[in-house]
Design a protein around this ligand. Structure first.
Ligand SMILES: [Zn+2]
Length: 395
């Protein structure tokens, strides 16, 4: 399976400058692509992918206001075109209903103070001894925190807003199946709690995360009070970025550990399809917690594939929070404020989330029984993350 391996980079001052140039060019090309596609769409004109690239890269280099594009590696610019194409197409297909699942927003223009990145395929980079060679930038020092499992097919070089540099390699990794076990589990990804399992386990967001989030809110307020363009603003922006990183890293670390534990202890994990659950719940709650859920579910999927375990999403609407998991009666809709309820039919007292997790487990098992014509076979592997991407999902 294809996975990403991420390492910290330590570019020299000269390399940082060269990288800034490529980041800038890739950003401009990406934005030009989006703009051009939008203009063509508005004019009712069809434009081919190669024509977009020709106009935004090849022809743009000949103009006075874009001639600096010629100074950087063209691999990075071509990949920026591809990224923009995918972002635009995903949005377009999502809007027209061609793409299933959650609605995808309009692609946003890349901005200077956000995360900067370039994607390079073979030809744009190579490994030279312990260093990463990037075309027209040089050999960058890497801290190899673990060894690469195979030759990388592509790399994304990233500069985070807090000033740190990373290389994220796409590599092929062999799966390591775990010995079979008989347990199966349903999980309900939640609002206040990260997840609740059908066994009654409550997985909370770590306390540390909440503390960081409070600090982050304070830093953000401080940033908004500074004057535009001032040195204090730059400092405040950096402080916000550092806290963002800490929140992100804490959440990711916690999600990794949780996902591994769930996959290791269970032969199969069932969860609600987010696109389905989104219909049943409020929009606001969704957007606030989305990052945590999607990340956890993505990691469970990856680890299940890595270890030969099953991960299944319930692909249909099941009223998991209204149905009694003990007797199967539908008790009617419940507002989010209702945390526990008593079944009118059988008198069972339910924690809202644990009950939902049990229903998810039951629905998932039923789905698989139907799909296999009565016998439960080993689950098919869940597709891992696609090789290409905007990289945002692998925070
Ligand atoms: Zn009941």
């Amino acid at each position: 399976m294809l996975v990403r391996y991420r390492y910290r980079l330590y570019p020299s001052a000269g390399q940082r400058q060269a990288l800034a140039r490529v980041f800038g060019c890739a950003r401009v090309v990406y934005n030009d692509c989006l703009r051009l596609r939008e203009e063509c769409h508005a004019a009712g004109e069809k434009i081919s992918d190669s024509e977009v690239q020709r106009r935004v890269v090849t022809l743009a280099k000949l103009t006075a206001e874009r001639e600096w594009l010629a100074q950087v590696s063209s691999v990075a610019l071509v990949q920026a075109c591809n990224d923009a194409r995918r972002a635009y197409r995903n949005w377009f297909d999502s809007r027209s209903g061609k793409r299933k699942g959650r609605k995808i927003g309009h692609p946003v223009f890349r901005r200077k103070h956000r995360r900067q990145s370039i994607r390079l395929t073979r030809g744009g980079f190579c490994l030279r001894g312990p260093r990463l060679y990037v075309a027209k930038v040089g050999e960058i020092r890497v801290r190899w925190s673990r060894s690469l499992p195979s030759e990388p097919s592509s790399v994304t070089v990233i500069r985070e807003p807090d000033g740190r540099y990373y290389a994220s390699f796409v590599v092929e990794r062999q799966t390591v199946p775990l010995p079979a076990c008989g347990r199966e589990i349903g999980i309900d990804v939640g609002l206040n709690r990260l997840a609740v399992t059908s066994t009654g386990e409550i997985i909370v967001n770590p306390r540390f995360l909440r503390r960081q989030q409070r600090r982050l809110a304070r830093a953000q307020r401080a940033l908004s009070r500074t004057a535009k363009g001032s040195a204090n603003r730059a400092k405040a922006r950096r402080r916000v970025a550092v806290l963002h990183r800490k929140v992100r890293e804490t959440r990711l670390d916690h999600a990794h550990k949780t996902a591994l534990r769930l996959v290791r202890d269970n032969q199969a994990v069932y969860a609600e399809d987010l696109a389905v659950s989104g219909l049943a719940r409020t929009r606001l709650a969704k957007s606030v917690h989305d990052a945590g859920w999607t990340q956890l579910l993505r990691l469970i999927g990856e680890k299940a594939e890595q270890h030969g375990r099953g991960f299944h999403r319930i692909g249909r609407f099941v009223p998991t929070s209204q149905t009694c998991s003990a007797c199967g009666a539908n008790d009617g809709p419940k507002p989010l404020s209702v945390r526990t309820w008593t079944c009118a039919a059988c008198g069972a007292v339910h924690d809202r989330d644990i009950n939902a997790a049990r229903n998810i487990l039951a629905a998932g098992r039923a789905d698989r029984l139907n799909a296999c014509g009565g016998t439960v076979r080993p689950p098919p592997a869940v597709a891992g993350p696609a090789e290409a991407g905007t990289h945002r999902s692998v925070a």
